[in-house]
Design a protein around this ligand. Structure first.
Ligand code: ADP
Ligand code: MG
Length: 367
């Protein structure tokens, strides 16, 4: 699967561009603020029907205009697929495949998988645990349709249980029976989510470790720990034991909504001890492992978007990464770099097909 042609109209700083892409490696170089990341974001839109950043659709409309269109022609096996995303101010977003409009955007998710590595992935390290739970949820839901529904059902039960706890404490009463109804629901969905997260990590961790080890030249040992109350017992028992704590806190203090991932180098959290380059290697290796899992479970090679991935990495790590992604395991790649000299050097030893585009203030030149 690859994107042959991408046409943007009024998308961020692009008024109107049409790009013919390489089916292997595509590099975009240009100064800061020229529009490199915007291009990758447009490709991401065609896969996920939304921005990769927490941005509302209409904020991506070029300033002064009132709509944008992202239009992509893909080759999938021997078929051509045309995906169009159109956003107009005050209207509902339109998303179509071969001119047939999707009624539900969720029907499109997974059709053209994309894996993106961006500098904002450091949020995974520095932001709160909800960011890391979102990451694992995304990983699982690309191949497990029932998972998101379990999450919705769990969160609904959690909200009800928390409301009940508050009402009971404030009203001075205690209704054990009503609590148990929500305990049962939380147990049912929570156990499933816990198992799915455990299975996913069991598959992901060794792949992630082998990528890290390859890119770093086997210098450091990394691991990833899954923290969950549910390692200590079944959720229904944990909820029962937490009655007093829940009553005092007026919310539910145990469950998969408290889960977290701990990123480790040796036995230390990478937030505290790893250098920027080591953190970057960690996060990129995680994304490569995500790629590998999607490739295995969906039997499709996702498009790989690497935004400023070489920044902060030493030249050996850069060479190893380019060696990896230009090999047979990966498919079509999009790379951005403000450093044109580095890109030229990186591509010197690459034998697969590639194209380099210069990006300048929303215009593109093929080099
Ligand atoms: N809605 C918009 N309309 C016009 N320009 C925009 C819009 N959103 C972002 N931009 C511009 O896009 C540029 C950033 O592009 P980006 O792709 O992030 O640059 P980089 O090449 O550094 O990755 C900024 O100059 C910003 O002003
Ligand atoms: Mg950028």
């Amino acid at each position: 699967m690859h994107l042959d042609r991408l046409t943007l109209t009024n998308f961020k700083n692009y008024e109107s561009v049409k790009i013919q892409l390489s089916s292997a490696i595509n590099c975009f170089t240009g100064n800061n603020g020229s529009g490199k990341t915007n291009l990758l974001e447009a490709v991401y839109y065609l896969s996920f029907c939304k921005s990769c950043f927490n941005i509302l659709d209409h904020q991506n409309i070029r300033i002064g205009e009132n709509y944008f269109i992202i239009d992509g022609d893909f080759s999938m096996n021997d078929d051509e697929e045309r995906i169009i995303c159109a956003v107009q101010e005050g209207r509902q977003k339109k998303f179509s495949r071969n001119k047939k409009e999707y009624q539900r955007l969720s029907d499109h998710i997974g059709f053209m998988p994309v894996v993106m590595s961006t500098p904002s992935d450091t949020q995974l390290v520095y932001a709160g645990s909800d960011e890391r739970r979102r990451f694992i949820n995304t990983l699982i839901s690309t191949h497990d349709r029932g998972y998101l529904q379990n999450m919705v059902d769990y969160n609904r039960a959690l909200e009800q249980r928390n409301k009940l706890l508050k009402d009971m404490v404030r009203g001075g009463g205690w209704d054990e029976l009503s609590l148990e109804i929500w305990d049962e629901a939380l147990h049912k969905y929570g156990q499933r989510i816990f198992e799915a997260r455990k299975d996913l990590l069991t598959a992901l961790i060794p792949v992630f470790q082998s990528y890290y080890s390859y890119i770093s030249g086997d210098k450091e040992k990394v691991s990833l720990a899954y923290r969950s109350n549910l390692h200590e017992g079944e959720l229904k028992d944990l909820l029962q034991q937490a009655r007093h704590a829940d009553r005092a806190a007026q919310h539910t203090t145990v469950g998969i909504h408290r889960d977290d991932l701990v990123f480790l180098i040796g036995d230390r959290n990478i937030k505290k001890t790893a250098s920027q380059g080591q953190q970057k290697t960690y996060l990129v290796s995680l994304k490569f492992a995500q790629f590998e899992l999607i490739r295995k479970t969906m039997n499709k090679k996702p498009l790989l978007l690497l935004d400023d991935v070489f920044d902060k990495l030493d030249s050996t790590r850069v060479e190893r990464i380019i060696g990896l992604v230009s090999g047979d395991s990966f498919g079509q790649i999009f790379i951005t770099d403000a450093n044109k000299v580095r890109i030229d050097k990186v591509l010197e030893n690459v034998t697969s097909d590639y194209k380099i585009f210069g990006v300048d203030n929303g215009t593109l030149t093929s080099k």
